[in-house]
Design a binder for this molecule. Structure first.
Ligand code: NCD
Length: 340
């Protein structure tokens, strides 16, 4: 089944069943690259309004969604946290969603409870995009992660068949992990190395999915074993906000940290390092040491940049305007090249 994006919600990676379902997203993202880099301007979303509702902390996800929508000529209205929304007065998800969907053309939502964004979607008259539902899913992050993997290896979607990836950190609570695993499950013969403390291991349902699809899975506590001989390392933050107590969290804080020395000693030189960010840079955490900042194989900032073309593509597909992308495009007159 080929997914028809126009007018649909994007809530979960389970909406995609084959690589062919994904191809339009990456084709459209490629078309958006010149606009993401500000080499030209296109105003395909002129007159459209997006609401971004972020009930959990966010930097890059919210800003990149909002920037992508604005860059396409649309306007953005947003609310952050519970205290400044009517949810603080006891308003239900249903009412909030129904009301806001009457004002806008698309909603992007992050909320601390698994399944909550789906509840917003059920009450909404306009498409809803899940920007993270607690420890549930983060589908747009997984799409930009996959786009990054293709770009870093300079390959097509099919070119990722057979790769190996070490996923490191809080695999139990990390929603980016949950979405990316389900996305990679659509490929053939991926080798997954899941590196975590036993209590934070990958959910059994995801492991069963991978095994049923014939992928290789290795579970280990050892970072140096896990990152050996893989094509990608996907580091994650221990999800402090998901633990019942600070004491619980502190047990795992700093479990895994990679630096230049470890990378050079244990990884293939062409291994790419990814991270959805934020990396926890406080002393005692440090998933990725700053001594790797200028390393060519550290793809984390190229990965965050990719959030713009991917989110532009999702907007264009969801609002049904892909055929107009280049039609009225114009040159840029400001000095974009000075800072890029
Ligand atoms: C992640 C998230 O919020 O799930 N960040 C992001 O959206 N890029 C990862 C995290 O917070 O650790």
């Amino acid at each position: 089944m080929i997914v028809d994006f126009c007018g649909t919600h994007l809530l979960s990676i389970t909406q995609f069943q084959t690589l062919a379902d994904l191809q339009p997203i990456f084709d459209t993202a490629n078309e958006m690259e010149i606009y993401a880099r500000r080499e030209r301007v296109t105003r395909i979303l002129q007159g459209a309004v997006m609401a971004s509702l972020f009930f959990e902390p966010s930097t890059r996800t919210r800003i990149s969604f909002e920037a992508a929508f604005s860059l396409l000529g649309g306007s953005v209205t947003s609310t952050t946290g519970f205290s400044f929304s009517s949810m603080a007065k006891g308003e239900s998800i249903y009412d909030t969603s129904r009301v806001i969907s009457g004002y806008v053309d698309l909603m992007v939502i992050r909320h601390p409870e698994v399944g909550s964004v789906k509840c917003f979607a059920q009450a909404s008259c306009v498409p809803v995009i899940n920007a993270g539902d607690g420890p549930g899913e983060h589908p747009t992050q997984a799409l930009l992660d996959l786009y990054t993997m293709m770009k870093e290896r300079n390959c097509t979607l099919e070119g990722l068949n057979g790769i190996s990836i070490a996923m490191v950190g809080d695999l139990k609570n990390g929603r980016t992990i949950h979405s990316l695993v389900q996305l990679l499950a659509l490929f053939k013969q991926i080798r997954f190395h899941f590196v975590s403390p036993p209590e934070l291991t990958i959910p059994i349902s995801l492991l069963a999915l991978l095994q049923a699809r014939g992928h290789d899975t290795i579970i280990t506590e050892s970072l140096t074993q896990g990152i050996h001989n893989v094509d990608f390392i996907y580091m994650t933050r221990i999800q402090e906000e998901r633990f019942n107590s600070q004491e619980d969290y502190l047990r795992y804080r700093g479990s895994y940290s990679i630096n230049l020395d470890i990378f050079t000693r244990y990884c293939k030189p062409n291994t790419f390092i990814l991270h959805p960010l934020p990396r926890d840079s406080r002393p005692g955490s440090n998933e990725i040491d700053t001594d790797l900042n200028n390393h060519q194989q550290l793809a984390i900032f190229r990965q965050t940049d990719n959030g713009i073309p991917i989110r532009m593509a999702l907007f264009a597909l969801t609002l049904g305007v892909t055929k107009y992308i280049h039609q009225d495009s114009q040159p840029v007159h400001w000095a974009y090249h000075l800072h890029r």
